[in-house]
Ligand binder design. Structure first.
Ligand code: FAD
Ligand code: FO1
Length: 449
């Protein structure tokens, strides 16, 4: 048995022994270190069946732009090559997964379906629709979290302090080494040709300028991870909160598209350094806490999901005078009075990835400079998902809800507009790092693009 059965749950229970096994790839877009693919392979081996991986490309996806689609498709082409080398077929479908996946299963007389896990609404709806249409076993495998989301905790956690001990208790069981993905012994019946060009033409995304972020794909992700662990992990704790230094791993776009497994990164970090706890706190506890939040709060992208104390305090200050008020367009164009905020916005627009520390300041200022917390949250989600390569992720919904709505945080000293939600000021931030050096570094990126 390759895969810990606790990582798997049945969405449809039916018996059907013969026919190909299909893995419907969604969030975990990689061949290597993928528990969902390993489970599908295990099923196919048991039945001497062929194995196929399908990805269903939707023409519009939650405000994703040309930038994110390009990054994703580049990675998927590499997945196709890696799978082909192992006699595993890869199909790029196009259209609505609720229709395309059942049709593909029927046309190919599939015996079972495996999918990966996402706590987000769209993915859950797709799976419900597919489950309602098919008469074969359908399994979901959490290939994204180290501790499967439904095992980590049975409820929405208050904060990292309540979630951390649960994760740490379960980690020894789930930090197991991945078996290699071996060549499949029953090849697909015919040669598969995917029409990538037609898929690219079918995308209906808005066009935004390309970012200058690194290459996409499994190879680039693995290289980024090793480079970080060898050269930067030891100073992560002291430098990660300084936007004028390059102290972060830059793994979030790869993690978002599942081009690298967080478990692989964690195994490498553990092996390389005795105490990598600052990094592992972010990579494991904070990241998996975001999945926990979205999984148990269906309103994860609305102010309804803010804790009661935060909703009450924000409501009390709803009519407070705003010294500056900006429209979504002014914010998008980085036309504010605050050079630090403008630099952060430009970093996101031109680089495709804003520094983690600046993301907090950025979102909190949107609360300060717009008419209401609801408006602030919607603008922050819109901009984040339009420009960040790692956008549309539980980490994004939670990061924004933390900054604007006190999610996973506590009450602080009461003040205007924010009420008891934690405040950040230009002056306070300037004491922590060299603001001018950061602003200049962003001017350089902008000039180069
Ligand atoms: P590193 O510091 O090297 O951390 C490694 C990994 O740990 C990250 O890739 C990420 O998976 C995880 N991680 C780090 N910080 C956090 C955090 N605060 N919460 C949860 N997981 C974390 N992250 C996204 O992946 N997508 C988003 O759209 C996103 N939007 C954000 C918006 C706001 C307003 C805030 C405050 C945070 C947001 N984050 C988001 C969380 C965090 O800022 C990024 O994950 C991080 O900056 C990514 O850079 P990195 O991979 O170099 O991080
Ligand atoms: N997943 C898909 O299954 N099909 C898509 O067309 C698709 C596009 C896409 C674009 C941007 C982005 O950030 C993610 C995208 N994803 C897509 C992946 C998505 O994160 C996962 O499918 C989630 O599980 C859905 O909640």
């Amino acid at each position: 048995m390759f895969v810990n059965p606790k990582r798997i749950r049945a969405l449809v229970r039916k018996e059907k022994a013969k026919g190909p096994v299909v893995y419907w790839m969604g969030r975990d877009q990689r061949a290597r270190d993928n528990w969902a693919l390993l489970h599908a392979k295990e099923l196919a081996e048991k039945n001497d069946s062929p194995l196929a991986v399908v990805f269903c490309l939707v023409p519009r996806f939650l405000g994703a732009t040309s930038r994110q689609y390009r990054f994703m498709l580049q990675g998927l082409k590499e997945v196709e090559r890696n799978l082909r080398a192992l006699d595993i077929a890869f199909f790029l479908l196009q259209g609505d997964p609720g229709r395309e996946i059942p049709t593909f299963l029927g046309d190919n007389h599939a015996s079972s379906l495996v999918c990966d896990f996402s706590p987000l609404r769209q993915s859950r709806i797709w799976k419900e629709v597919v489950a309602g249409k098919i008469e074969l076993p359908f399994y979901e495998v959490d290939a994204h979290n180290i501790v499967p989301c439904w095992i980590a905790s049975p409820k929405a956690e208050w904060a990292a302090y309540s979630f951390r001990p649960k994760i740490h208790r379960l980690l020894p069981e789930f930090m197991d080494e991945f078996p290699p993905l071996k060549r499949h012994h029953v090849p697909w019946k015919d040669d598969v040709q995917n029409d990538w060009r037609s898929a690219e033409c079918g995308i209906e995304a808005d066009t935004v300028p390309e970012s200058n972020f690194n290459r996409s794909g499994e190879v680039a992700a693995a290289k980024q991870s090793l480079d970080f662990i060898e050269n930067k992990l030891s100073r992560y704790e002291s430098s990660r909160n300084d936007p004028s230094q390059d102290g972060q791993s830059h793994l979030s776009p790869y993690l978002h598209f599942g081009q690298i497994s967080a478990q692989r990164v964690a195994l490498q970090a553990f092996a390389s350094m005795k105490d990598a706890s600052a990094f592992l706190e972010e990579l494991i506890v904070r990241r998996e806490l975001s999945d926990n939040f979205c999984y148990y709060n269906p309103d994860y992208d609305s102010s309804q999901a803010f804790p009661k104390w935060a909703r009450e305090t924000l409501e009390k200050h709803a009519k407070d005078r705003r010294e500056y008020l900006y429209t979504a367009e002014e914010l998008e164009r980085a036309r504010t009075h605050d050079d630090l905020w403008n630099a952060a916005q430009n970093e996101m627009v031109y680089k495709g990835k804003m520094h983690g520390y600046m993301r907090m300041y950025w979102a909190k200022k949107i609360l300060e400079w717009t008419r209401s917390p609801d408006e602030a949250q919607q603008i922050a989600i819109y901009l984040n998902d339009r420009y960040e390569l790692d956008g549309r992720d539980p980490n994004g919904y939670v990061g924004i809800a933390w900054s604007i709505g006190g999610v996973h945080d506590r009450a602080w000293k009461e003040r205007s507009i924010f009420g008891k939600v934690r405040y950040m000021s230009y002056k306070g931030v300037s004491r922590r790092f060299d603001v001018e050096a950061y602003i200049n570094s962003i001017k350089n990126i902008k000039d180069l693009t």
